[in-house]
Design a protein around this ligand. Structure first.
Ligand code: IMP
Length: 434
């Protein structure tokens, strides 16, 4: 019955789910829901920097690279060409999921784009070295080699998953990469990379993944033409998007809807875009966050929402809901509706605040997202009464406390986005449709 709640979202054959702020909005739960009525679930960007948490009857499951549809036996899961894949991590993740009893058959319910770029040990090393060099200006990356892998893709020295299937081709591609990296690492006093060892490790991983490595774009285009239902699973969030996010404090992929086309090979046909936002804001790593709560309320919110990164375990920074940022991301991503998660966490946090504008260092007030000086922007708020009731058991909007209803309506008014679904707890059925 719960699937009906999302009927609007899945009425178009292709639906794209994106995080509206800096990731960790609860996309895993929403995708798990939508996947029940979907033929394909496709990751289009990011890598194992992502952590999508699902709460299943058998317990909590955190996915990093494998799409969230993997828990549904009928769903084909695709890692698209826009994802950067650490093949050693992927083999380990598949094994862990299989040990949990999930059926994963490469080539059947898990497909990997042969065009997806590969993360190698050198990328992780370079990521951590670059962060150390940045010192106080560090981005706070996950240290998993994401940025350097995407940089090498742009620099045209990257390795693609399809390269792992042919030892000669792999060695030739690796040779060029290793030469460049060794020049860099040598100048930084780091030991050189061992081409033979890298080649052997990657070829072995490629051999393991071989049945799943396909022309995923062609598979998806055929599926799309046949009217199959495709769910595009965003990773991170719009404000971590390389182009539209809070640059340079962003990830290195196109986390907003733009990446859904380039990262899958699907054409930009009609698609529903669903934005996911928490009932408050969080951010992991460095970078501007105008509505951040640095004191006691922020600490309480972190504890109440268990706001610790599912990939790195780092405490998440917490803050009030920011309607400026959400309106901007909604417009950039083309979201037509919003799912608001973690409403239950706000119990007892009244009075609640919504950021509605920024005051810039030169005194100018803006309701637009500035490209510069966001770190010095002061958020301007409206205040609303809070609620003290436990909402985890509520299943109808009209049964929510009046103040919670008014809070959500104020979000709609300021963001210009319709809230269609509200999540009031981590369990699958803790959902309120509208
Ligand atoms: P990178 O993606 O590891 O290069 O990290 C760049 C920024 O994106 C850092 O601030 C990370 O904390 C953040 N980031 C990357 N992936 C995620 C995610 O899945 N959720 C939240 N933040 C993320």
């Amino acid at each position: 019955m719960l699937r009906r709640f999302f009927a609007i979202a899945v009425s178009m054959p292709t639906t794209c789910v994106v995080g509206i702020l800096w990731g960790d909005e609860g996309k895993g739960k929403v995708i798990d829901f939508l996947a029940a009525d979907t033929d394909f679930v496709v990751r289009f960007g990011g890598g194992h920097n992502a952590g999508h948490t699902l709460v299943l009857p058998s317990g909590k499951l955190v996915l990093h690279l494998v799409p969230s549809g993997i828990v549904h036996p009928h769903t084909v899961n695709v890692i698209g060409n826009g994802v950067v894949v650490d093949p050693v991590h992927l083999c380990g993740e598949i094994e862990k999921l299989q040990a949990r009893g999930l059926r994963i058959e490469l080539g059947r319910n898990l497909l990997l784009s042969e065009r997806a770029h590969v993360i190698v040990e050198a990328h992780r090393r370079q990521d951590q070295w670059a962060e150390a060099l940045r010192g106080a200006g560090r981005i706070g990356t996950t240290g998993r080699g994401i940025g350097p892998a995407y940089s090498d893709r742009c620099a045209r020295v990257g390795i693609r998953l399809g390269d792992l299937l042919d030892e000669k081709r792999l060695r030739a591609a690796l040779q060029a990469l290793v030469e460049q990296k060794n020049a860099l690492f040598g100048s930084a006093g780091m030991p050189p990379l061992d081409l033979d060892a890298m080649c052997a490790q990657l070829f072995a991983a490629g051999d393991r993944l071989r049945p799943g490595i396909v022309d995923a774009g062609a598979v998806l285009r055929r599926a799309h033409a046949a009217g199959k239902r495709i769910l595009l699973e965003g990773a991170q969030g719009c404000l971590l998007d390389l182009e539209h996010g809070t640059y340079p404090y962003v990830t290195s992929s196109h986390a907003s809807t733009g990446g859904a086309f380039s990262g899958t090979g699907l054409p930009p046909h009609a698609m529903t875009v669903v934005g996911i936002a928490k009932a408050y804001s969080t951010r992991v790593g460095e970078g501007p966050f105008p509505s951040e709560l640095k004191g006691e309320i922020g600490d309480r919110l972190r504890t109440a929402g268990n706001e610790f990164g599912s990939t790195t375990g780092r405490p998440r920074r917490c803050g009030w809901f920011d309607t400026v940022a959400v309106r901007y991301s909604g417009a950039v991503s083309g979201a037509t509706e919003l799912v608001v998660t973690n409403l239950d966490v706000l119990r007892g946090f009244g009075p609640l605040r919504l950021a509605v504008a920024y005051r810039m260092p030169d005194g100018v007030r803006t309701e637009d997202m500035p490209a510069f000086d966001l770190a010095s922007a002061e958020a301007e708020y409206v205040e609303l009464p809070g609620f003290d009731e436990d909402v985890r058991g509520v299943r109808r909007f009209q049964d929510l406390p009046r103040n919670a209803q008014a809070y959500l309506q104020a979000i709609e008014q300021h963001t210009k986005l319709r809230i269609r679904t509200i999540s009031v707890g981590p369990e699958r059925d803790q959902v309120i449709p509208r």
